[in-house]
Write a protein that binds this ligand. Structure first.
Ligand code: ADP
Length: 264
């Protein structure tokens, strides 16, 4: 559609821009973060200029985060794909989120996939970013009251009705990753725009509006689809479907060479 085309062009433009400036920008930010951190260690709690320096640090961190998000638009070519245990990536992101979120947010992990059937062909760093972006959004939607963040993983077999809406997808087994929250949810006029680059409802300086655009880009690049269900006041559920690395292919790769020759 025309909207998708416009969106793709926007992403392309961001990518080109990013490749040019991100590297230098990163160096500058690293030095700002390093020096402010040094000052923060020297000035005692309540000391002159400490709270201002803390603000500098927080802003620089936000800028670094923005650069990281923008960079992922321009990484299409250099990404590295290998079979990745999705459960492992979830585990790691889960731990990171747990350590950074307040205790008013309960976290539940539901892995319902055999340990040899959770592989996807992917760039693990990008999958990690998908989980972190969805997870932090979910947490944000539940604050300050708190709530429950559920991350789940299950198998969706080829030809199952759930894959029917997507042409070609129903030919292979998929893995379904869900990030669900009990937060404020979204009205349809917001839902329509959440994947647009730079769309945010967060106050100026807090949101980049790039998180979900990046998530969608990564999922599409990996041959997957993303869907969202949301109910205002009740919560939101993001569903990511990714093609699984089939068990047959895994077995073939594991076969010793003699065996393969012997079976000719
Ligand atoms: P940002 O988080 O910087 O605003 P995103 O692209 O990640 O950018 O999200 C865009 C918007 O989508 C958010 O500002 C918010 O309004 C909405 N949103 C995303 N995830 C959720 C969620 N789990 N619950 C409610 N609203 C959400």
């Amino acid at each position: 559609t025309e909207k998708e085309l416009r969106q793709a062009q926007k992403m392309e433009a961001i990518g080109t821009l990013a490749a040019g400036i991100a590297h230098d920008f990163n160096n500058i930010l690293t030095s700002i973060l390093g020096f402010t951190d040094m000052v923060l260690h020297k000035v005692p709690e309540g000391g002159v200029g400490r709270s201002e320096m803390q603000q500098v640090f927080i802003s620089a961190q936000r800028a670094a985060d923005l650069v990281r998000q923008i960079l992922s638009f321009s990484r299409h070519s250099e990404q590295e794909r290998k079979p990745v245990h999705l459960a492992g990536v979830i585990e790691e992101a889960f731990r990171l989120l747990r350590s950074s979120l307040p205790t008013s947010i309960a976290m539940v992990q539901e892995i319902d996939v055999p340990s040899d059937a959770d592989k996807v062909l992917a760039d693990p760093t990008q999958l990690h970013q998908v989980l972190m972006n969805l997870g932090t959004n979910a947490a944000h939607a539940m604050l300050p009251e708190g709530g429950t963040l559920t991350v789940s993983l299950r198998t969706v077999p080829a030809a199952s009705p759930q894959l029917a809406p997507y042409p070609f997808l129903d030919r292979v087994d998929h893995l379904q990753l869900c990030v669900r929250d009990t937060g404020r949810g979204m009205e349809s006029r917001i839902l329509e725009r959440i994947f647009d680059p730079y769309f945010t409802t967060k106050p100026a300086g807090e949101g980049t509006g790039l998180g979900l655009a990046v998530v969608q880009g990564i999922v599409k690049n990996h041959g997957g689809v993303i869907a969202v269900h949301s109910e205002p006041g009740a919560g939101t559920c993001f569903e990511v479907l990714l093609p699984a690395v089939s068990l047959e292919i895994q077995r073939e790769e594991e076969l010793p060479e003699q065996l393969l020759l012997g079976s000719e």
